[in-house]
Design a protein around this ligand. Structure first.
Ligand SMILES: [Zn+2]
Length: 279
């Protein structure tokens, strides 16, 4: 069983040279990539803005139509014109069609510990949905990387002990800071997604395996906090599954990282996955 806790349905033209591809096509490509790589379930994260290449949460929910192969996490749009209406976001969470909130600090020009986020965290606590946070390197040059530093997750983890936070991308390249935040806070999780673009080159993959193993050595047992995620379509699923296998987890740890922790955190009904009655 394998759950990918971090995929997108945006059209990343800089990666695949293809602007304005309809979201329906990206969904079809997602099913193909999952089937080809043995991924049973994917958590789809919507963006911090809505434009021709970034479908709105309403659009994504409509297209996926509660397909049991997916869970939807809503990207918070917090600055700019089309800000998330928290009333409507809470309705979607209450109705169970959205099962997490994704923050894009740095990209969206606020810091992880910005006081304005209190209302957002209170909604997450009330409905027990995780808050996923883009942490570390920003793909865009115009984003402010300090605002997305993983050490800031400690601030909110302490202030909101009833909220479960997910440090995305292990806070790359601040793996040591992420290790400390994970070690210190039981309400903080992390995904291993997005550590490269496309496929790995050999040297870089060796380097990352070393850094991730260091992080695990410091934090201790990764079973309860670490999750598999890819960041597809920015990275290819096949090489990423291989990357996880190369981290050398014991069989029991691997089960937790590959799906059990994500299933519990996002309340994914795995009985349907186990029966294989998905397609
Ligand atoms: Zn991502």
């Amino acid at each position: 069983m394998l759950i990918d806790c971090h995929v997108h349905l945006n059209a990343y033209h800089t990666v695949n040279g293809n602007l304005h591809r309809p979201t329906e096509e990206n969904v079809a490509r997602l099913w193909d990539a999952m089937a080809a790589n043995g991924v049973d379930h994917a958590v789809v994260l919507t963006s911090y803005k809505v434009d021709v290449d970034r479908p709105s949460v309403e659009h994504v929910l409509e297209i996926l139509a509660e397909d049991p192969r997916t869970t939807v996490v809503e990207g918070l749009r917090w600055r700019g014109d089309a800000r998330t209406d928290l009333f409507h976001m809470e309705e979607r969470i209450r109705d169970g069609v959205v099962r997490g909130i994704k923050l894009y600090p740095g990209y969206d020009k606020y810091a992880i510990n910005d006081p304005s986020l209190e209302t957002v965290f209170r909604i997450a606590a009330k409905h027990d949905v995780p808050v996923m946070i883009h942490c570390g390197d920003t793909y865009a040059k115009g984003a402010k990387v300090r605002q997305a530093h993983p050490l800031l997750v400690d601030d909110v983890a302490v202030d909101y002990p009833d909220v479960r936070f997910v440090i995305c991308h292990l806070g790359n390249p601040w793996f040591t800071d992420t290790a400390e935040v994970l070690y210190k806070n039981d309400n903080v999780y992390a995904d291993i997604s997005g550590l490269t673009l496309g496929d790995f080159d050999y040297e870089f993959e060796r380097y990352l395996i070393m850094r991730v193993k260091d992080l695990i050595a410091y934090m201790g047992d990764p079973s309860k906090q670490l999750m598999y995620g890819s960041d597809w379509p920015l990275v290819e699923m096949g090489p990423y599954v291989k990357f996880m296998e190369e981290l050398g987890f014991s069989e029991d740890m691997r089960e937790h990282i590959a799906w059990k922790t994500a299933a519990e955190l996002f309340k994914i009904d795995v009985s349907r996955l186990e029966k294989g009655d998905l397609r």
